[in-house]
Design a protein around this ligand. Structure first.
Ligand code: NAP
Ligand code: G4F
Length: 365
């Protein structure tokens, strides 16, 4: 009989869901991913896993308790990784009610489905919590004991998720834990998060496909790690003897400006910064072109500007190495990926233009 562990991942199509699926498959798990119904099936990040006999997909939505009951009752997982969320902080100001439903009550739906399906004693649950809970920070660096001060509708919703997990742990003795993850990025990061927005723009500007990049708060500070390293921690948290919450971070901090400077450097452009606030500009040192400008459109009603995590507890208790991939390596991985992506897009455009011309005139350039 096949005794492989069964894991259910909500948010399997996201950045973290795709890396976690790969990791759990490598470890011999049967991986069940939950996906949302949509009019087009577009699952770029997990396309390479489909067809693997140990990788299964189920329709469900964190906004719908019945579908959660159905998926959890059918899969009867040993471990659940609840990664699904409306995860964009700026978007949470635009759709606060939806964000609260999915990000806050969605966690309750998972916990209740586990309990009502009779899995409370056997199923371990990982909740994707966030450094955004520290928000308008009350201590630097932030650790497990730092008071929370959420500073966006997203963060307020995640705070409910954090506390309801703790409540179910104490009330029903369920093995459920939160990983308080600081920002983690990769070549699979969504294109509207600041790091990926920058690496894609640097690649496009370097290859003549874009003139300028507009950003918001350049002085915002983040503790950025590599997503591929961070999913390992999610797994380690569930293999622990006791259910506990952990800060997962690198312990190093950089500004958006520093990230942009390094990304453009790897794309072959040296940026120099001039001016302040809304007037600040990133200028190409080689020819004086203005490549980066600040736009108030990317400022947030309340912004979290000083995130810096202390991963000592995870290092000591989980044996996790927070700096396996350095900040410089992370930026390089992302830029190299996007330079290649833009080069492929340019080649495809060239072929298409040539083909159109050939079909029109019978001429190939
Ligand atoms: P992501 O790339 O934005 O992925 C989010 C996933 O959630 C996608 O698979 C999305 O599905 C799914 N989803 C959204 N709404 C849903 C719903 N109503 N029902 C079911 N699925 C839904 O996020 P990520 O960066 O991988 O982050 C994973 C989790 O960690 C999130 O909970 C995020 O809030 C949290 N987190 C992330 C970071 C970070 O730096 N990345 C740090 C701390 C915490 P579609 O593909 O259909 O949209
Ligand atoms: O890349 P961001 O949008 O990520 P943010 O807000 O830190 O949220 C991400 O990390 C959280 C963990 O701390 C997760 F919980 C959350 O799900 C998500 O994955 O913005 C980072 C910083 C902000 O201070 C923002 O104001 O960059 C600043 N920024 C400056 N210009 C910008 C831009 N952010 C975006 N998205 N776009 C800009 O043009």
């Amino acid at each position: 009989m096949d005794m492989a562990k069964r894991a259910l991942i909500t948010g399997v199509t996201g950045q973290d869901g795709s890396y976690l699926s790969e990791l759990l498959l490598e470890k011999g798990y049967d991986v069940h991913g939950m996906i949302r119904r949509s009019s087009v099936d577009y699952r770029e990040r997990i396309a390479h896993l489909e067809g693997n006999p140990r990788f299964h997909l189920h329709y469900g939505d964190l906004g719908d308790s019945m579908s959660m009951m159905q998926v959890i009752g059918t899969v009867r997982p040993d471990e659940i990784y609840n990664l699904a969320a409306q995860s964009h902080v700026q978007v949470s100001f635009d759709v606060p009610e939806y964000t609260a439903d999915v990000v806050a009550i969605g966690v309750l739906r998972v916990l209740e489905a586990v309990r009502l399906c009779g899995l409370a004693e056997t199923c371990r649950i990982y909740q994707a919590s966030t450094s955004e809970l520290y928000g308008k920070v009350e201590e630097v660096p932030q650790r497990e004991t730092t008071p929370f001060h959420p500073y966006s509708p997203y963060a307020v919703a995640k705070q409910y998720g954090f506390w309801i997990v703790r409540e179910y742990r104490e009330a029903y003795h369920m093995f459920c834990c939160s990983g308080i993850l600081f920002n983690h990025e990769s070549e699979r990061r969504g294109e509207t998060f600041v790091t990926r927005k920058i690496t894609l723009a640097a690649a496009r500007i370097a290859q003549g496909k874009q003139d300028k990049l507009y950003l918001g708060n350049l002085s915002s500070l983040r503790d950025w790690g590599y997503a591929k390293d961070y999913v390992e921690c999610m797994w380690l948290i569930l293999q622990n003897e006791k259910p506990e919450d952990y800060v997962i971070a690198t312990g190093q901090q950089h500004s958006v400006r520093e990230f942009a400077t390094l990304a453009f450097h790897y794309a072959g452009i040296e940026l120099e910064w001039q001016g302040e606030g809304l007037e600040e500009q990133g200028i190409d040192a080689a020819d004086g072109r203005v490549l980066v400008e600040v736009s108030p459109d990317f400022y947030r009603p309340t912004d979290v500007v000083n995130l810096w995590g202390d991963p000592s507890k995870a290092k000591k208790e989980l044996g996790w190495n927070p700096t396996r991939t350095s900040f410089e390596e992370l930026v390089k991985i992302m830029v190299d990926h996007d330079m290649e992506k833009v080069a492929v897009e340019r080649a495809e455009e060239h072929i298409k233009t040539n083909l159109e011309e050939y079909l029109e005139k019978g001429v190939v350039k």
